[in-house]
Design a protein around this ligand. Structure first.
Ligand SMILES: [Zn+2]
Length: 234
């Protein structure tokens, strides 16, 4: 069960996020969500290509600048270090772990190719009807997979630490801004920059499975999730 690539998604990352993607300033978790969405979205592919062309023209206008000795080696070392981060702790593989992973993706859900080489570090039932795994994290953000049973809601929250992108792999959910279906991306804070708290609830009819990129910690409005936050992945 993968998004029908013949259907254009209806909800997209904001122009600011697409520009940041084209400029290479998004962290890895958020970049992956944009790339996965853009694979089935010709509108966003076009917007990213246009932004990259503009960026290239601006770079062409800049005078050449000398770089310091060893800068290339330093850059390559950093890239290598960053690329190692996701796997450096090593996945804890076990039969129960594999079973949990199967439970998370049951129903024929296939991870996008970009994510298939990533292994979940930990798969947990956060609450009845909510199954979660972290796929990747670094200093810029964290990439999650979450499976929510029909009509189950996540605790109401806002995003003071930064951008949240939610890509729908299967099923659908809704919040105060509307409904999101397979292939769609939800973005918070809104494109106008206002960080409104929202309540995310899976729609009836089937489990909703999403890939979620977050930055920092969410702010929960209710006391119970706030008390549990030290052991929550958000
Ligand atoms: Zn799009």
């Amino acid at each position: 069960m993968t998004p029908d690539t013949g259907t254009q998604p209806r909800r997209h990352p904001s122009d600011a996020t697409l520009l940041a993607h084209a400029a290479g300033t998004l962290g890895k978790a958020h970049r992956l969500v944009v790339e996965i969405h853009a694979e089935s979205c010709s509108d966003c592919q076009g917007a990213i290509r246009a932004a990259e062309r503009v960026g290239g023209l601006l770079l062409d206008e800049l005078p050449p600048t000398a770089i310091t000795t060893g800068a290339l080696e330093l850059c390559l070392t950093r890239l290598e270090t960053n690329e190692r981060l996701p796997s450096s702790r090593g996945p804890e593989r076990s039969t129960s772990h594999d079973e949990a992973w199967s439970a998370l993706l049951k129903g024929g859900v296939v991870l996008p190719p970009e994510l298939q080489k990533l292994r979940p570090r930990r798969i947990r039932r956060l609450a009845p009807g909510i199954l979660h795994a972290t796929l990747f994290s670094d200093r810029d953000g964290r990439l999650h997979v979450i499976r929510v049973s029909p009509n189950v809601a996540l605790p109401r929250h806002s995003h003071p630490a930064g951008l949240e992108l939610t890509y729908v792999m299967a099923g659908s959910f809704h919040d105060e801004s509307g409904r999101y279906q397979a292939g769609d991306v939800g973005e918070q804070p809104d494109c106008d920059g206002s960080d409104r708290a929202h309540s995310v609830r899976a729609d009836p009819g089937g489990d909703c499975i999403c890939i979620l990129a977050t930055a920092g910690r969410l702010r929960f409005e209710n006391l119970l999730p706030r008390m549990l936050q030290p052991v929550l992945p958000f």
